[in-house]
Design a protein around this ligand. Structure first.
Ligand code: AMP
Ligand code: MG
Length: 473
């Protein structure tokens, strides 16, 4: 049975500088690793047999209605501007309308070189494909806006990275769109106002139909990103490469590279091997997103009739963002300690806990999950430090109805811990996908207790700790 994808494509109606039409480059022996049946059903996709799926989700065969293209974009990478990036190893295959009425991109990642590949090989190796698959689906299960994973296929071809020759793979991902801050920068840098206007109109229609002008659009993107970053922080997530080309207009998490979840709470934690200065550390994410939104604002100035007025309105919008993030942060962290509507006073209580956790090397996830029990106390090198906080917290909780239920819904028991991801990848390289299956099963219900999966809730032993996540994705 053939794979059937009910394509309904619109990006290809945009002017030619937006993309280069080209097909994925076929691979040697595609084999299906995993397919997301539930997501496929939500998108009206008929899966077909494993062989047909391997062909379709490697790019070896083109499902009817596909209009493959590589999208153009630019971006600030670690603060330095690259006017020409674009999909160097991805093909947008087309769009579908989900059962929820929303439009989604279907994209193959690792599907061969494109005119935007620069010196890259256009490929992905198995490790990052499995990491993105598991982490993006875990984020979704935790209620965090994200691209999704539809399929993973091995290619039967080696890919060469700093670690040596590695098995190649292709990920099929689904996103509300792949429009990035960097897509706006691509046209703004060229002073191509016609294309920029077309991109703006398209983005408004697709993501913010209520926005009637660039200021409203900017404010809407800022609101979504403020909410997103607060949600990341509330689960200890570090994206790792928050370049403007990895920051979406839709407000979804995208481009999982050297990302990771924290084990013990360290606010200055960096995972990426290429982030020597901590630009994209856990706590700096809330600053960097403001900087990224300022880059979007700079692009939008070109669309305003009066530049002075634009600068004034946009400056105001960007300057208001830290307070917006603070409010979202409070809304995300309040329920983690059982508080429905956290006030500014409650911020001090939350911050006090976090500071004590940092001093005492407490596990971020397990401390929040166990608050009020000895298991939380046991996370602290000096348990008395926890006791002092708990005494204050208990007084505050008196006025909250059923805090435990709220906490259980806000504090996941299971996150994709980095050492488990590494173990899964090592097994996958040896053609054993059982660890991936187990991670996927457990992370599908991260707020459930799942006693049989307790080992997946444990932080790494000293020998299991992953020191760095390579960017050689
Ligand atoms: P990323 O770090 O995945 O967000 O990628 C940054 C830029 O490098 C994007 O333009 C990618 O398409 C491109 N890129 C990353 N890896 C490769 C690769 N193996 N081959 C070609 N282009 C790549
Ligand atoms: Mg990227």
């Amino acid at each position: 049975m053939a794979v059937n994808i009910p394509f309904d494509n619109t990006y290809g109606t945009l002017p030619s500088p937006f993309y280069t039409r080209l097909n994925p480059m076929p691979v040697k022996t595609p084999a299906l690793i995993r397919f997301n049946t539930e997501l496929a059903s939500d998108l009206g996709i008929t899966s077909g047999g494993p062989k047909e799926m391997a062909l379709a989700f490697s790019g070896n065969s083109l499902p009817e209605g596909a209009d493959p293209m590589a999208q153009a974009y630019a971006g600030h990478q670690f603060g330095g501007f690259s006017p020409q990036l674009g999909d160097g190893r991805a093909n947008l295959m087309g769009e579908v309308l989900g059962k929820d009425g929303q439009r989604y991109d279907i994209q193959l990642k690792g599907s061969g070189p494109t005119p935007y590949s620069r010196n890259g090989d256009g490929r992905a190796w198995l490790g990052p494909v499995l990491r993105e698959y598991v982490v993006s689906e875990a984020m979704h299960a935790m209620g965090i806006p994200t691209s999704r994973a539809l399929a993973a296929v091995s290619t039967g071809e080696p890919v060469y990275r700093e670690q040596g020759g590695l098995p190649g793979a292709v990920l099929t991902r689904v996103a509300a769109s792949h429009i990035r801050v960097g897509t706006f920068q691509f046209f703004a840098a060229r002073r191509d106002v016609t294309s920029l206007q077309a991109l703006f109109d398209y983005s408004v229609a697709r993501h913010y139909p209520d926005a009637t002008n660039p200021t409203e659009f900017l404010n809407a993107v800022i609101a979504r990103q403020a909410s997103l970053i607060a949600k990341w922080m509330a689960v200890g997530f570090i994206h790792g490469v928050m370049n403007t080309d990895n920051t979406t207009i839709s407000g979804e998490t995208i481009d999982y590279g050297p990302c990771a979840f924290m084990d013990d709470y360290q606010p200055d934690k960096v995972f990426s091997s290429i982030d020597a200065h901590g630009r994209y550390s856990y706590s700096n994410q809330r600053n960097v997103i403001v900087w990224n939104m300022a880059q979007l604002a700079t692009c939008l100035v070109l669309l305003m009739p009066d530049a002075d007025q634009a600068v004034e309105e946009f400056t105001q919008a960007v300057h208001a963002m830290p307070d917006l993030i603070e409010a979202e942060w409070r809304a995300a962290f309040g329920p983690k300690i059982g508080i429905a509507e956290a006030t500014e006073d409650d911020t001090a209580l939350i911050t006090d806990l976090l500071e004590r956790m940092a001093e005492n090397r407490a596990d971020f996830t397990n401390t929040f999950r166990a608050l009020g029990t000895t298991q939380a106390r046991d996370q602290f090198l000096n348990p008395a430090s926890y006791d002092q906080w708990e005494a204050n917290w208990t007084k505050r909780l008196v006025s909250e109805a059923d805090p435990q239920t709220r906490m259980n819904a806000a504090n996941p028991a299971f996150i994709p811990r980095n050492h488990r991801i590494e173990q899964m990848i090592q097994a996958g390289v040896a053609d054993d996908f059982a660890p991936m299956g187990r991670l996927m099963d457990t992370l599908a219900t991260p707020f459930g207790d799942q006693p049989e999966a307790q080992d997946l809730a444990h932080p790494p032993t000293p020998s299991e700790v992953v020191r760095q996540t390579f960017c050689g994705t």
